[in-house]
Design a protein around this ligand. Sequence first.
Ligand code: UD1
Length: 371
Amino acid sequence: MKHVVSVVGARPNFMKIAPIDRALNRYSDFITHSIVHTGQHYDSAMSDAFFHDLDIRQPKWFLGVGSGSHASQTAAVMKGFESICLREQPHLVIVAGDVNSTIGAALTSVKCGIRTAHVEAGLRSFDRTMPEEINRIATDAIVDDFFVTEQSGVDNLIREGVNSSRIHYVGNTMIDSLLRVSPLADNATILKELHLEPKSYALVTLHRPSNVDDASQLSMFIELLNHVAKSLRVVFPLHPRTKASLEHEKLAPLHPSVLCLDPLGYINFVALMKHSALVITDSGGIQEETTALRIPCITARTTTERPVTVQMGTNTLVQPHLEALQAAVDSVISAPAVKGQIPHLWDGNAADRIADVIAMKIFGLPAKSNS
Ligand code: UD1
């Protein structure tokens, strides 16, 4: 029996690992799979709600790392995960994405001599001021196997000297989760509860420290949202970091058409994305989800590590300045929506491909059918 351990910690990890857990079930005669939750995100709205909506198996271990500086959070992940690695000696560790839990777990497992795979490898924004970029570069410098979501990821890894036999362009497991919950989102009652008509609102998420920890930058976003609110309702689920800044800083009031909400579960969030007129965000994953749903997305950032969403999808990168953002919003509101194309292999089956690579290429087991 081969033992695989996946590490999750923060919100975006959950949708990336959930489909892999299901796909590895096909190989349950040969492979056991367990999940470690670092506890980087710990509120029920930031964590438990996702386990429920994604129907993920409960973590076998919970490290209870919580919040803290980058160093203390990463160190706590390493310390907690090391004892699991030493005790359990898994044959493979899977880390996902670019959060502090990703690099903390990868550093630990690699140093324990355990083969380690990175899901969503190779993405690069080329902006080293982003903590996620450092996490991505550092993780890819040390892991053994690379599961990639888009061609830019393959190109970046090859340029960095990774052997192509270790790179697996499998598609996007976040889109596997999105397509799986999409029918459930169609039955969600959140639009009715919030008295929203489809296409009558903009959905907004902001959580990047550079946007929300700085009072003048957050003020700019309030002005932007108040501008959008003249044409559309604005639905604004608040990340705890954003909520804290809004409460602590003395800022202009939000227009009454801006609806601030607590963080939403995954199914409700997907329902709101599907029916929005546009999405305004600084997130990484939402650029991909809106591309898959063909919803116009304005990403308030200077760079993206997911260029395919701009080249093929519905994503537009806009400098996080008021005039540029207002102009981009006005043009989406007045012009017919760009339909975009779905990137290669964003078809809902990425996790099956990952499971096949793990079973056949990494462990040398025979293939299993999908049924
Ligand atoms: C982290 C990731 C970011 C990802 C985001 C998704 C890193 C470096 N950043 O950022 O890439 O896009 O998750 O949300 O790993 N908090 C709570 N409850 C929680 C979790 C956090 O109240 O369950 C608050 C705490 O005050 C904490 C703050 O949110 O200090 C930030 O949490 P943290 O995990 O440090 O980073 P995120 O901003 O969530």
